[in-house]
Design a binder for this molecule. Sequence first.
Ligand SMILES: [Zn+2]
Length: 470
Amino acid sequence: MPPSIRSAAAVFTAGACVLAAAVPAANADARPRFTPGAPGGGDAYYPMEGNGGYDVGHYDLALNYNPKANTLRATAHITARATKDLSRFDLDLKQLKVSSVKVNGKKARYSRKGQELVVTPGKGLRKGSRFNVTVVYGGTPKPISRPDIGTFGWIKTPDGAYVVSEPDAASTWFPSNDHPQDKATYTYRVTVPKGTQVLSNGEPGGSRTKAGKTTWIWNQRSPMASYLAMLAIGKYQVKRGRTASGVPVITGVAPNRASELNTIHKGTIDAINWEEKVFGKYPFASTGGIRVGVDVAFSLETQSRPIYGFQPDQGTIVHELAHQWFGDSVSVRRWKDIWLNEGFATYAEWLWEEQHGGATAKQTFDKLYAEPESWKYYKDLWTARKTGNPGADQMFTITPYYRGGMTLQALRERIGDKAFFALLKAWTKAHKNGNVSTAQFVALAEKISQKQLDGLFNAWLYTKTKPTKW
Ligand SMILES: [Zn+2]
């Protein structure tokens, strides 16, 4: 397109009808072509999670929860920006019933197709324009059960519920662009019967009680991946404090776990104090932890305040809080890079041991490396899958965790402590609140160390053999 026509196209936006008549037919291609946003986010592991054509800025979730009936009546108000000229777009929403959808305050058509909520606004949305979507919905949120993870999503407890959504359960309780590549800020307004508490990510915005019901407000002002959105509803005992650097700490435990409150609270402060020295400044405005009253097989690094599904030892607390840097602030763009979360959080446990009178990370590495073929995890570690691309249903096997951690130890030995620890801080600083790939980590490691590291990363991340030389 020659320059003159391009500038005509720019004017065209402002006064479409007038210009459409005034310009010759040759300029017809300047007319915006509104097309649908992609129904998936393009991740090979979860093709239908996430959606194309827009970028969410903020979720404002008003949730009215009835713990007895385990039902939700909710309104999600989503602010987004179109990344192309959009005729329609999808949100991810599993199971729950939708009763109305508005775009920019006007009723929009919608349909359901599997987990997709397909929204067609009255008129197209121009690329770059901001728009908002209001979805009124409700029903009983159902958890997901999978052999490789267990039960996750919205979990009912005797006095309320809690939510852990990795990797794809956020869409079981709110309409979302449910993929870590589209991070957004959050406001939660959760209404529950008076006497029931709500804990969440970020900072408390107060509560108000009216007609026997209390609405609790929480704000997560740092961008957050949808799988890290969290609620803990019930009767919690809460302890507040501050880290050495002044970060507010809010720790909550279910009444039947009251004996764990002080240990988790102190363990959190100790972990953050140490991690700030090793990884750099804590990335969010508050921290803490929540111990739920029902034992489940896993804990999750829900942003700013992990959920513990079992009594955490200090290693677990260090692991979940290391994720605040590795996974939560610096997030994967594609799930295949999950070792950037789990390998780093595992390595943080080994480093904590090393610097607190336990085994060195090198000793931990050597022990794993020397395990005999008869060891039950031998195959998992060496031949079952690639650390840097383990497979959608293998993301939470020991490969990204242990072999991921071993990758970092191999790297540390190759480039030396000075470059290695500088790299950890440079990585968390350069990509704070962002999304990353393994290639970016390799490039930064090479830049800081001034060494060629392809061989090392290939051997550790992209082969299904036990590395013997790297
Ligand atoms: Zn982890």
